[in-house]
Design a protein around this ligand. Structure first.
Ligand code: ADP
Ligand code: GN1
Ligand code: MG
Length: 367
């Protein structure tokens, strides 16, 4: 749902005691939740908060979702404190409601939550410099490192089969079959592109089934705008958007970052001649990610990193295409055809990766 009713927003504000904020505005470029920035007068100071209505299309159980997030952020806070860091800046913190709850449900069933805004950071929509991309890589690698001993069995699966690429392929085929909006005919080329890669969808899952790849606690949505960069130091300060922290594959966390960041144009760029997979950014990210992970990624897992990149990109393209065929209910769209444009950029990147496959593998072996 993209239109938030004013009355529901006010109910949510009240739940945190923000009855009369200085300012409330929509915030950020996430595709899933409805995000607001709230400015509140606290004595002499103005403090900002992120207020979000969680997507009920994506997340069926806000209780479980918030239990995952509080579990992981409490754990990270403790680790950060032990390392002499600042838990209020290096991880997100769930601000409790006036009733002491981790989230609030409005009278129409909309679930809301609040995080203190982490100031003096920036959230990038593209890798402005290789240094910043490497900084994000180190932080996402370190995230795996820090959660290496987290009890994975305590995490709920907030979205079933989230990175099950075989299932994503099957869902695309169902959407093509149903063709509820009559859009399938115009996207035959894209459908054929996916069909030609059906076998690829099994590569990482098969390695998991064969025990070659371990399940770890992973983020599962490691795009560049899910990390806050410290403005002063240029380092990757805080990993945000923990909605999909679940047991998963390290190569998928690696790959999802590559999908979004190793390219100089927007995810929904219409002019595909501008969309190019940048092998040098791939190398920069590989180096940073492995450094940040401090040895927790095994040799076998390393071998699958290029596949992670290729399959997260293919999978995301298939998800955009599925949503386009379904009528754009899952990803927020701001113009007609946006999901189709997003699908096309992803598929262009997949083709590029296929062309330099050998080099991608050689790069990973260097580190
Ligand atoms: P979505 O699931 O819709 O992507 P996110 O949790 O990623 O939602 O939040 C959307 C955007 O809000 C982020 O990309 C970031 O710009 C901003 N944001 C989220 N949490 C914080 C925070 N604690 N401090 C500052 N900015 C934040
Ligand atoms: C969504 O929530 P956001 O905008 O950070 C999506 C990711 C996709 C991404 C594509 C929960 O991420 O899986 O890769 O859009 N998140 C969810 O940009 O589905
Ligand atoms: Mg996000």
């Amino acid at each position: 749902m993209k239109n938030v009713e004013k009355a529901m927003l006010q109910q949510a504000l009240n739940a945190w005691g923000f009855e009369c904020p200085n300012k409330v505005s929509r915030y950020g470029e996430g595709h899933i939740n409805d995000t607001f920035c709230v400015e509140v007068q606290e004595g002499k100071n103005v403090r900002r908060y992120i207020l979000q209505r969680m997507s009920t299309t994506a997340f069926k159980n806000p209780d479980q979702l918030m239990a995952n997030i509080t579990g992981v952020t409490d754990y990270l806070s403790e680790k950060i404190r032990e390392n002499g860091g600042d838990p209020e800046r290096e991880t997100i913190t769930v601000k409790r409601t006036c009733q002491g709850e981790t989230f609030f449900t409005d009278s129409e069933g909309g679930p809301w939550r609040v995080y203190p805004f982490i100031e003096d950071t920036e959230c990038l929509q593209s890798a402005e410099t290789p240094e910043l991309f490497e900084a994000s890589a180190k932080a996402f690698g370190r995230f795996q490192y820090m959660l290496r001993d987290y009890p994975a069995e305590t995490l709920y699966e907030t979205i079933a089969k989230f990175h099950d690429t075989e299932n994503r392929y099957a869902n695309l085929m169902k959407a093509v079959e149903a063709d509820v909006c009559g859009r399938a005919a115009e996207v035959q080329q894209e459908i054929e592109f996916a069909k030609a890669r059906k076998e690829d969808c099994s590569v990482c899952l098969q390695a998991l089934r064969e025990g070659k790849l371990p399940l770890r606690v992973t983020h599962n949505d490691t795009k560049l705008n899910n990390i806050l960069i410290d403005k002063e130091t240029g380092t990757g300060l805080c990993i945000i958007d923990l909605d999909t922290v679940m047991p998963g594959l390290a190569c998928n966390d690696f790959g999802d970052s590559i999908r979004f960041g190793a390219n100089h144009n927007a995810e929904d760029e219409k002019d595909l001649s501008k969309v190019n997979f940048d092998l040098s950014l791939f190398e920069v990210y590989t180096r940073g990610f492995l450094e940040g992970a401090q040895g927790v990624i095994s040799q076998e897992e390393k071998e699958y990193l290029p596949w992670g990149a290729r399959l997260m990109t293919l999978e995301c393209g298939m998800r955009f295409l599925t949503d386009y065929l379904d009528g754009d209910h899952y990803f927020a769209v701001h113009r007609p055809g946006q999901n189709l444009d997003r699908c096309r950029t992803q598929f262009k990147l997949v083709s590029d990766m296929e062309k330099c496959w050998q080099q991608m593998q050689e790069i990973v072996r260097k580190y």
